[in-house]
Design a protein around this ligand. Sequence first.
Ligand SMILES: Nc1ncnc2c1ncn2[C@@H]1O[C@H](COP(=O)(O)OP(=O)(O)OP(=O)(O)O)[C@@H](O)[C@H]1O
Ligand SMILES: O=C(O)[C@H](O)CO
Length: 335
Amino acid sequence: MNVLAAFDSFKGTMSARAIGRELARALSSYEVRECPLSDGGEGFLEILANRFVQVPTVDALGRGCFARLGFREHGVSGVEVILETAQTIGLTQVGGAAGNDPIRADSTGVAILLEEALRRRPAAILVGCGGSAVTDGGLGFIRRARQRKLATYGVPVRVALDVRTRFTQAGEVFAPQKGAAPKEVDLLSARLVALHAWYRRWYGIDLDEYAGTGAAGGLGGALMAFGAVLASGFDEVASRIQLSRQISEADLVLTGEGRLDETSFDGKVVGEVLMLAESQGKQVVVIVGTADSRIVERVRHSGHRVYALSEIFGIERSLANPLQLIGELARSVVA
Ligand SMILES: Nc1ncnc2c1ncn2[C@@H]1O[C@H](COP(=O)(O)OP(=O)(O)OP(=O)(O)O)[C@@H](O)[C@H]1O
Ligand SMILES: O=C(O)[C@H](O)CO
């Protein structure tokens, strides 16, 4: 039997590559094809780039840190530089929701990464956008770019978005998971509405007309106002690795992410893999860290199997030893 292991990372606990390797080991009596995925959030860089450098930048709370830039061949002799917002302004970087200051967190670090990318004279730049701690509507990015008198990118920039959320919705949908209390969500949403009017005045663009402008707390919209082309992060990865063909060659598809919830169907890996597999009549086994029970029911209702590590092994064990547990679980469910 051919098994395709098409996982996103489990944010903060397992990379998509590590999961693929573990499943290949645990299911060694099957033909396992490792196919690590990303939707533009954490892990995007690792999947698409084949060379890396570390550069200095700042995290979402303005503290100095290092982030990786990735490179990949582009055309005959050019280089594409790949940036991942989660590397610099990621939620994991600030210690998760508990370590974040959701009002103060900003996207300056991405402008610094972009300057580093441009210094390398690339033929093109690709930005993985998501997995962030911010809801600043791209304000930190725009401020820094304006200070540096950077008016446009000067090279083609594509932004791979991890969600389809619109600009002014970014607070309501994602700020709670970044540590914002209900009153702070209202404040952040009001700020996004004000910024929406500001972008319309200065850039002549209604960001709410475009899906994904709310990715990374509205940074997706800011990057677009500055001249970037928006794309689905999942599609960007899927087309480069020919995922559709890989699914067609599999007898069983395994997928998963850290948490299965409503947002999983907003352009993220699990929702998109389910859709692609269904269109080819393939069975999917979804393994996640934690899950919203209503969404689990919905996925089961469409004929797929869903397992949450935390429900089977308890949350402490699933956070402490996720690789061993995902291997164990896969061995018992793939038969
Ligand atoms: N090993 C694990 N066991 C249980 N829950 C986990 C585990 N790893 C991650 N999680 C849960 O998953 C959440 C993160 O969800 P997920 O990995 O789906 O990322 P995300 O928020 O969708 O962002 P991204 O688009 O960057 O992947 C964590 O906050 C945590 O609650
Ligand atoms: O960074 C974020 O806000 C989420 O991953 C959605 O893009």
